[in-house]
Design a protein around this ligand. Structure first.
Ligand SMILES: Cc1ncc(C[n+]2csc(CCOP(=O)(O)OP(=O)(O)O)c2C)c(N)n1
Length: 323
């Protein structure tokens, strides 16, 4: 999309993710969400900025840290939280949980627990679009940890060779679980890596939502124009531990403080205040509105139902759900 992003809308989209994730942490701590939980707090500007560059016809592929992408793409908070709580009213019918949010309606193709697993899926979606003569962009989000996987190299190579319309978005939050990038990669310049496949690539400040939106818009236009794939590295940081089980002992307090001082929500709030686009009352109204949305979503999820046991074998092989 070429329209200039609405700065207040960008902040609001990030706030919705932040507050949704905080509710998830509460629900997890209360034992209402089971299994694994990986929150996206600190990285909101990446999903929100990139999603600006997409149209409803485009495809999106996420990772296991995908609640923010799902919400920014348009899956309602109700359907996301119901999924987290394993309710059949959830976007994946309660069968996926936190790591497998999926919604064909918004062309959100997961949620994938496998590191790098979304990359070949995105290339396949882009190839399918090409074969059907559809002009879609497939946006694929992945962490820098996925760069160490063979799938990254296979995906970039094929997408470049066949000039497939994929927007590769690497969310470089510096750590793959507890492993810093320089401990797992001999070449830490990710732009150089992508460039070696003849893929146009550059980095952006992943804490600056307007910068991400601008870079993504430029790359999406290139991809949409038939130039083949692009690669965007967004330098970001997760403020919380890798998952709820991670004691987070591998990062110094100084490093965390340095990054949290550049909280993408605070940065965007400051920009909007400076421009006179947002004041205290506007911010308070936005907060109240988002809090009400999340209260409603939590209540909806809690009131949801579990799939009856008779349904256990449904959707195991092929079954097309009624529209
Ligand atoms: C193929 C595979 N190997 C290992 C794991 C275990 N694992 C889960 S998350 C993770 C780190 C991934 O880091 P990154 O891709 O940078 O994403 P981030 O968590 O930082 O968003 C690993 C190794 C996995 N899920 N899949």
């Amino acid at each position: 999309m070429t329209a200039a992003p609405d700065g207040v809308g960008l902040l609001r989209a990030m706030l919705r993710i932040r507050r949704l994730e905080e509710r998830c942490i509460e629900l997890y701590s209360a034992g209402e969400i089971r299994g694994f939980l990986h929150v996206y707090i600190g990285e909101e500007a990446v999903a929100v900025g990139v999603m600006q560059a997409l149209t409803p016809e485009d495809d999106v592929v996420g990772t296991y840290r995908e609640h923010g992408h799902a919400l920014a793409r348009g899956i309602p908070a109700r359907a996301i939280l119901a999924e987290m709580l394993g309710r059949q009213e959830g976007c994946s019918h309660g069968r996926g949980g936190s790591m497998h949010l999926f919604d064909a309606g918004t062309r959100f193709f997961g949620g994938n627990a496998i590191v790098g697993g979304g990359l070949p899926l995105a290339v396949g979606l882009a190839l399918a679009a090409r074969m059907r003569g559809e002009r879609r962009v497939t946006a694929c989000f992945f962490g820098e940890g996925a760069i160490a996987e063979g799938e990254f190299h296979e995906a970039l190579n094929l997408a470049a060779l066949w000039r497939l319309p994929v927007l590769f978005v690497c969310e470089n939050n510096q750590y793959a679980m507890g492993t810093a990038l320089e401990r797992s990669e001999s070449q830490t310049d990710l732009v150089l890596k992508a460039s070696s496949y003849e893929v146009p690539a550059w980095s952006v400040d992943g804490m600056d939502v307007e910068a991400v939106a601008a870079a993504a818009a430029e790359q999406a236009a290139m991809v949409r124009g038939g130039g083949g794939p692009c690669f965007l590295e967004a330098r970001t940081y997760r403020f919380r531990a890798h998952s709820m089980y991670d004691p987070d002992l591998y990062r110094s307090k100084e490093e965390i403080a340095r990054w949290t001082a550049r909280d993408p929500l605070a940065l965007q709030t400051a920009v909007l205040r400076e421009e006179g686009a947002l004041d205290d009352a506007g911010l308070a109204a936005m907060e109240a509105d988002v809090a009400a949305e999340m209260d409603d979503a939590v209540a909806f999820a809690r009131a949801g139902t579990l799939e009856p046991v008779e349904d256990l074998e449904r959707f195991v092989l092929t079954e097309v759900p009624a529209a």
